[in-house]
Every structure is written in structure tokens, then in C-alpha cells.
Design a protein around this ligand. Sequence first.
Ligand code: HEC
Length: 137
Amino acid sequence: MTRKMSAGWMVLLVPFAAALWAQNADYQPDPGWQAPPQAVAKQNPLANRPAAAAGGKKLFARNCAECHGEEGSGLVKKSSADLQLPIVQTQSDGALFWKITNGNPDRGMPSFSRLPELQRWQLVLHLRTLQPARPPQ
Ligand code: HEC
């Protein structure tokens, strides 16, 4: 009897908990992982080609979604960044490009320097689409 009841609770609670855990809204960036000023100031060469974001979306699905989720909202179990958070989105294109390029292997973010440079900039374009309203820079 009690066993049956707890199984019932599991059916109700597991999907609910999974939805809560799916997003890593409490993500705190590593204060020691900062792009140097020169990298921060770099402009996205694709900035006026927003259509290139579509390619970035595909690259994201292939290379990033396993850890960050399709929507980029991060996964608690991977301690991966919620890329929609202002704490990420307020960083410059150059800073995000630098982080994608170098990674932070100690905290689980691999380096993507193996991807061609323009693909990494496409990924930055795509990251900007994860938020409906882009915060002021
Ligand atoms: C193996 C898991 C994994 C994969 C794959 C991965 N990431 Fe990450 N990513 C992480 C983790 C974990 C962090 C948080 C690192 C930290 O805590 O400093 C992170 C952090 C980041 C950040 C920095 C957020 C901040 O703190 O400013 C960006 C940007 C990012 N990832 C983009 C990407 C992109 C784009 C891809 C695909 C090209 C990708 N990541 C693939 C795990 C991953």
C-alpha cells in the first residue's frame, strides 16, 4: 500500500523536478575566467549579417546543446552556464568569442579553438538570439 503510494508520487514529482533542474538559473561565472581587454574589444565581423545566426544555431545544436540545452539555458547537472542570463548577455561579443575559443576546462567548458573562427563568431550571433531583448551594451 505505502509502496504504491510513493510510486504515484514519483510519477508526479519526477517530471516537475526535471523541469526545475533543467535550467541553471543560479549560474555564477568564474571570476578568474576573464577575457583580456584586447579580446573584449574585438568586434563580431558578422555583426551586420544577422542571417548568419541560423548557421550558429546549427553549430550550437551540434556542439553546445548537450551541455547548455537547446535553448542555452544551462543544465544544473553539468554546472553549465545559463547563456540567457544578463550576467552572460551583458558581456561583449569579443568576450564571449574568447570564452568559446579558450574554454574553462577546470570548470567543464571545453575549448572550441578547433572550430573555424567565423563559426565561433556565428555562435556568438546565435547566443544573442537566445534573449528576445538584447540588453544595452
Ligand atoms: C562539456 C560541456 C560543455 C560544452 C560541450 C559546452 N559548454 Fe559552454 N560551458 C560549460 C560549462 C560547465 C560552463 C561554465 C564554466 C564556468 O563555470 O566557468 C560553460 C560556460 C560557457 C560560456 C561562458 C559563460 C560565462 O560565464 O560568461 C559560454 C559563452 C559558453 N559556455 C558557450 C558555449 C558554446 C557556444 C558551446 C558550443 C560551441 C559550449 N559552450 C559548449 C560546459 C560546456
